[in-house]
Each structure stands twice: as C-alpha cells, then as structure tokens.
Design a protein around this ligand. Structure first.
Ligand SMILES: Nc1ncnc2c1ncn2[C@@H]1O[C@H](COP(=O)(O)OP(=O)(O)OP(=O)(O)O)[C@@H](O)[C@H]1O
Ligand SMILES: [Mg+2]
Length: 264
C-alpha cells in the first residue's frame, strides 16, 4: 500500500504520517516512511535525537556521483538517467519505533524537476519505491505534488490531504486533488486535523472537493503540540488522536481495497 500525505503547510502532514506509520507497525506490517519534504522533520517527530538525525539522501554527494556517474557540484556533465538505486532503501533507512525511515531531502523549491544528477537520482529512488517495494509506504510530502515530477508519485494507491478547519487548507486540498488526478491517481481522501469545535467537521466535509472522502478528524491536541515544542516523540502522547487516526486508517484501507476490487 502506497500512500502520499500532502496538504497546506503546517496542517499536520508529518504528524499523520508518523502516527499512521506507528499504527501499521504495531499491526506487524513492514512500514517504510519516506520523508520527501525538503524541510525534513519526520525523524524528529519520531523522537530521533538531533545528533542521530539521518542525512538526507540528496546530501550524499559521493553516492550520487557513484550512481549517476556525475559530480553533483559540476555542471555540464553526462550522467545516467536511470541510476541503480534498488539497494539503497535497505542500506540508508534508519530504524525507529519499529519502522524504517528514509529521508530523501529536497532540491530547493522550483528546482524539483531539475535535470541534474540529484534530480535524476531522487526520481529514480521514488520510482523504485513506488513500483517495486511491497511494504506499507507512507510518503510525507511538502505541499503540492510537482516537486519530484509526475513519474515519482504515479504509483500511489491514494493521496491523502490533511486539512484544518480553514478555507485555505481546503483550497490546497483542491489543488492537490487536481494535480493528483492529472497524474492518474485515482483515490483521494482527507483527514481533518486540529478540530476545536464539532461543527467544523460538517463544514469541512461539505467543502471538500468532489471525490475526496473525509476519513476522520483529530481534535486539537495540546499533548501533540507540547511534544513538538519539547522536541520529544509524538508517538504515544495522545491516545484520543491515535484512536481517531486508527479509525481513519481503517477507512483508508477499505477505500484502497474497494477500488482495487472494482478494478479487477
Ligand atoms: N491535532 C493537533 N493538535 C495540535 N497541534 C497539532 C496537531 N497536529 C499537529 N499539530 C502541531 O502543528 C504543527 C505542524 O504539524 P506538522 O509538522 O505535523 O505539520 P506539517 O503539515 O507536516 O507541517 P509542514 O508543512 O511544516 O511540514 C506542529 O507543531 C504539530 O505539533
Ligand atoms: Mg511536515
């Protein structure tokens, strides 16, 4: 199962990715979390200490040079468009809280489509992860989808937009669904996070783009916020949030299974 988690900045993408990953791992599933946000902080959310934070793959210049045949720091070289990367997830993923985490790191915004060794390397990595790995794969994205180019997210089983009680996060969800549809993603869903009033749930449900199912909602959580402020893991700090996300996760699994069955 391959799920991309996107949404407006700060809505809770990393929080949802970490808590869902943990929930899958507790079921004994083999979970791969991919931090695809250039401003990577999924490891920190999982409680990895600052000194142990994994290096993003994009920063491993010697490796990129070895695999692409070109020095990332030099311009105007020939390089392989399809570098071998299949061994890298197992080598470079860090194990934390019963799951594996791979930090891709990012090219600066706007450079995502860059025809440079790093861009080709990251795209090859995403393609490999999407098309050839069998684990539960959860990808914590930056807002938007174009950062790694279309091919990289094409294999997603579903795209989940995290929204908060606010019009702008719905606008982002709509833009994401639009982009997702363009690249052939078929299932869209949303999680409403940071709810402070029950009336917000129906208002947001009504405002979601067509074809985007609301999987569930998570109340505003001082405990989650405190864990972040204090730089602690966000796992096991708020059982109500985890229960809400467990329910949303079951709906997501049903959505993926239903569409898969309908297909054939
Ligand atoms: N349900 C919640 N209640 C209260 N605070 C929350 C909740 N969910 C997330 N937060 C807090 O909101 C902030 C943003 O959350 P998070 O980092 O998960 O969002 P994000 O969408 O990944 O952000 P970014 O766009 O920066 O990657 C964090 O401080 C987090 O602790
Ligand atoms: Mg994030």
């Amino acid at each position: 199962m391959r799920i991309a988690i996107s949404g407006k900045g700060g809505v809770g993408k990393t929080t949802v990715t970490a808590l869902w990953g943990h929930a899958f791992a507790l079921e004994g599933r083999d979970v791969f979390l991919i931090d695809a946000d250039p401003d990577a902080n999924l490891a920190a959310a999982l409680g990895v200490a600052p000194k142990d934070l994994p290096q993003p793959l994009i920063a491993l210049k010697e490796l990129i040079k070895e695999r692409t045949g070109a020095d990332p720091d030099k311009l105007g070289q020939y390089f392989k468009l399809n570098p071998r990367v299949s061994d890298l997830p197992d080598t470079y993923a860090v194990r934390v809280a019963g799951l594996r985490l791979l930090v891709l790191g990012g090219l600066q915004r706007g450079g995502g489509g860059c025809a440079c060794p790093q861009g080709v390397f990251l795209k090859a990595m995403m393609r490999h992860l999407m098309l050839e790995r069998r684990e539960v794969l959860l990808v914590d994205m930056e807002a938007g989808l174009e950062f790694l180019g279309r091919a990289s997210v094409m294999g997603m089983d579903a795209l989940v937009a995290v929204v908060e009680p606010g019009r702008r996060s719905l606008d982002t969800a709509e833009a994401i669904a639009h982009m997702g549809r363009d690249i052939g993603i078929q299932r869209f869903a949303a999680i409403l996070n940071k709810v402070t009033d029950p009336a917000q749930v129906e208002a947001i449900r009504a405002g979601l783009p067509a074809g985007m199912e609301l999987l569930g909602h998570v109340a505003y959580s001082p405990a989650l916020q405190r864990a972040d402020l204090e730089g602690r893991t966000i796992l096991n700090v708020d059982s109500a949030a985890e229960a809400a996300l467990a329910g949303a996760k079951r709906k997501l699994e049903a959505l993926v299974a239903a569409k898969a069955a309908a297909k054939g």
